[in-house]
Design a protein around this ligand. Sequence first.
Ligand code: DGJ
Length: 558
Amino acid sequence: MRMTSAVLAAFVAASAFAAPDAPVKERALPRVVKKDGRFALFVDDAPYLMLGAQTHNSSAWPAMLPKVWPAMEYLNVNTVETPVYWEQIEPRPGQFDFKVVDALLAGARQHRVRLVLLWFGTWKNGSQHYMPEWMKLAPDRYPHMVDKNGHAVDSPSPYATASLEADKKAFAAFMRHLKEADPQRTVIMVQVENEPGTWGSVRDYSPAAQKLFEAPAPPEVLAAMQVKSVAPSPNWQDAFGPEAEVCFHAWSVAKYVGQVAAAGKAVYPLPLYANAALRDPIKPGAPGSYESGGPTDNVLSIWKVAAPALDVLAPDIYVNDPVAYQKVLELYHRDDNALFVPETGGPAGNARFFFSALGLQAIGYSPFGMDYTRNRPASEASQPREEFLTPWAQNYRLIGPMQREIARLNFEGKLQAVAEQKGQVTDTLKFGPWNAVVSYGPGRRGSAAGNPEPKGRLLVAQLKDNQFLVAGYFCRVDFFPAGTEQQRKSQQIVQGTGQIPSALIDGKWQHRQFLRVEEGTFENGVFKFLRIWNGDETDWGLNFGAEPLVLRVSVATY
Ligand code: DGJ
């Protein structure tokens, strides 16, 4: 039998989840690849889009997993993010126990999903709560940070050599175990620490830290932050003024996390990342008003130079305002950083922001707290068990069957995507000679009013010059001949009338016609034709409702 690439992809996917006792062939290592200024996460040697969901913090225990997998199944994820607890794997110094990790690997394989494991080590949300008991009971050896008044803070010192060495050792042991236990690459990425940094003090004020703060700032930091210095070897204060303390703390924390990451990577080079508790993306408050020292947007360049073993710096996005959400995505989508959203949440409508992330070539996305281990908020308690997951599940139901194609199209720069904003009834995506005009809410082409609560979302990918793949919910799309700026004005007038989308180009009207609007589904990487849309299905715009819908649209002009 000749193996087409689609058949091969299906074979690869199936064999990654071979039966537990079958001999397992070592698969290609997952890796973050950059080409032509764009990133992809390669899994099994091809671009992969993480359709993820993160469990609650205390859900990665074997007794809790029966309340995790059903939620993940309902969500249709291809990747589960879940913690690994330092306090559990190293109950006594140097004695490691990986039973819980093995239960996660087995469960993930059984449920045919990949894993992103979160190393809850020295830092978890700025604190040292996941350090093993034997460390917690020896604060002189594994010290806390000290605030301005000399009081211990609920945050580990980034200068504690014994803590650093212990974390490096434990993380390397964990990665070594993965290397041995996971030749099929069930684990595709590892998060090093969780929201590292400090709440309650901008930096450490211990005598040792103070000495470092007053010393010259490292030249690589000055270069990375493009500091034009007045003095030859400026200290942190001279170099960074009001941001000096947060930059200094970021350097200290990033150096530490970078060394832990490097120790693990030396053993088993999986893609690694660190996640950030954000500062306000629109009106950032002064240092001290947000978690200090983590990879917040103002210090990403410091983290890059201090922790090169980390492949990605990733935002945990818990903002609801679409402008702020978009801004965060833009801040972390950089030439030196792939966009990856390892945590997000909020009201149901926020599920549409998955499409905003896709529009900026996200390699993965993962709402937080997606399991059945905890009671839901009273406001949601009357909903059936699955309902709070539904808007997120909708995304993955639509994209799941074609995640490889979406990842590839995004890596090739052919995909754009949008999410509805309140008060904005249309969006325009530009593809050379064609503009894809998206309009939201009920109503026909040219009379869109927006959804009562914004929930519209759509992606468009250019397959050929005049052919597009379109998928989304609660909106409609049409294709306009692009024309010049002047010509677009006349186009708007025609758009407003609800007539055939047209543009006056070089003195001649160009009118859009559909050659073929095909509804289909993806199976094993191949578009499977279901039917041709025409008549009422196309005359009033191509409408996307509450059901997953994928169209392949061929257009021409007359
Ligand atoms: C962000 C943290 O990274 C998660 O582990 C979790 O604590 C959430 N906040 C809770 O909302």
